[in-house]
Write a protein that binds this ligand. Structure first.
Ligand code: F6P
Length: 360
């Protein structure tokens, strides 16, 4: 059997562990041939497809990113091109079907987030056998307990918050750390708790500036002249809206968030007169060597995806239902976001140790 694998959407740590897991299982257990599709769905449209051998995946486990390349601005059902300087969108799914056939690919493993899974689901329904593997640092995919990439991102963010503590304490400042996560607060919540933040602002709990300032003064009253505030990029004030950094209208998810950290910082400084600084962590959260957890989850996902193909169990996405790896239908996995529950155990524990979510 000949199978293809592509990585789509934003990169994240652990993708290479998945690729390695797929190739090793396919070759060693099932004598399959594996073709690497480069740059996500762009590679299927433009036939950027090459054989992927065991030799090529050797030693890639500790590397961040994806050896196959990726794209989060390629949707074959709304393919972007420039014609006479004008943006033109067209459906090039027939080109994808042609390339899959020409390369003798019998099934495709698609590693990606919600947008990538939605595209895979469409092709599966058009008769191309597809199996999905969920990834994203945001940890917001509905049908799995955890996505790989998230653990490494929170390790990176926690290290950054640890380092921010020293300047906060030395200068008696309010220090804000803005983290990624789109419309879900998982990265902020986990890194905020692990990094000892005093205030955590997440999209699921809209905040109030008075409540933030109250917490800062409470700390001051207790002799603590600095505060660490972790802000998710999707956080918003009560009755307010998210801060949009830019619109990328060629992708499956056009809105790029960013800037709420500066807005909160300006307001704290205006209301309290306390010197405030903002650090936006940005893409370093997506980079670096994957944590052992992400390497292991990626390996398990890769191996199970190949098992599904060998059993002709197509149209599924592998998923972690702790402690097992299971398969869920692709169409049940897409379109629904997994958000932080405001009354979850994580939030309750954080509140018990005095962390403020800026809401009361
Ligand atoms: O989904 C992963 C993510 O890193 C988000 O946390 C962030 O909002 C977005 O991607 C950034 O996308 P880009 O790399 O296109 O700027």
């Amino acid at each position: 059997m000949k199978i293809g694998i592509l990585t789509g959407g934003g990169d994240c740590p652990g993708l290479n562990a998945v690729i390695r897991g797929v190739v090793k299982t396919a070759v060693l257990q099932y004598k399959m041939d594996v073709l690497g599709i480069h740059d996500g769905f762009y590679g299927l449209v433009n036939n950027k497809i090459k054989e992927l051998t065991i030799g090529e995946v050797s030693g890639i486990m500790p590397r961040g990113g994806t050896i196959l390349g990726t794209s989060n601005i390629c949707n074959p059902f709304r393919y972007f091109s420039l014609v006479n300087g004008q943006k033109v969108y067209s459906d090039v799914s027939d080109q994808v079907m042609k390339n899959i056939k020409a390369n003798g690919i019998e099934a495709v493993i698609v590693v990606g987030g919600d947008g990538t899974m939605a595209i895979a689901d469409k092709f599966n329904k058009m008769g191309v056998p597809m199996v999905g593997i969920p990834k994203t640092i945001d940890n917001d995919l509905y049908a799995t307990d955890v996505t790989f990439g998230f653990d490494t991102a929170i390790v990176t963010a926690t290290e950054a918050i640890d380092k921010i503590h020293t300047t906060a304490e030395s200068h008696h400042r309010a220090m804000i750390v803005e983290v990624m996560g789109r419309n879900a607060g998982w990265i902020a919540l986990h890194s905020g708790i692990a990094g000892g933040a005093h205030i955590i602002l997440i999209p699921e709990i809209p905040f109030d500036y008075d409540a933030i300032v109250k917490k800062i003064y409470e700390r001051k009253g207790a002799g603590k002249h600095f505060s660490i505030i972790v802000v998710a990029e999707g956080a918003k004030a009560k009755g307010g809206d998210v801060v949009v950094k830019k619109i990328v209208d060629d992708g499956t998810e056009p809105i790029r968030l960013g800037g709420i950290g500066n807005r909160v910082g300006d307001e704290i400084e205006r209301m309290t007169g306390i010197e405030t600084r903002v650090t936006t962590l940005g893409h370093i959260q997506r980079g670096g060597s994957p944590s052992p957890f992400d390497r292991i989850l990626g390996t398990r996902f890769g191996a199970e995806a190949v098992n599904l193909i060998a059993n002709k169990d197509f149209g599924k996405m592998v998923s972690l239902k702790t402690p097992d790896i299971v398969a869920v239908p692709l169409d049940e996995a897409v379109g629904k976001q997994r958000k932080v529950e405001p009354d979850s155990g994580y939030i309750k524990a954080a509140r018990l140790i005095g962390i403020s979510f800026g809401d009361r």
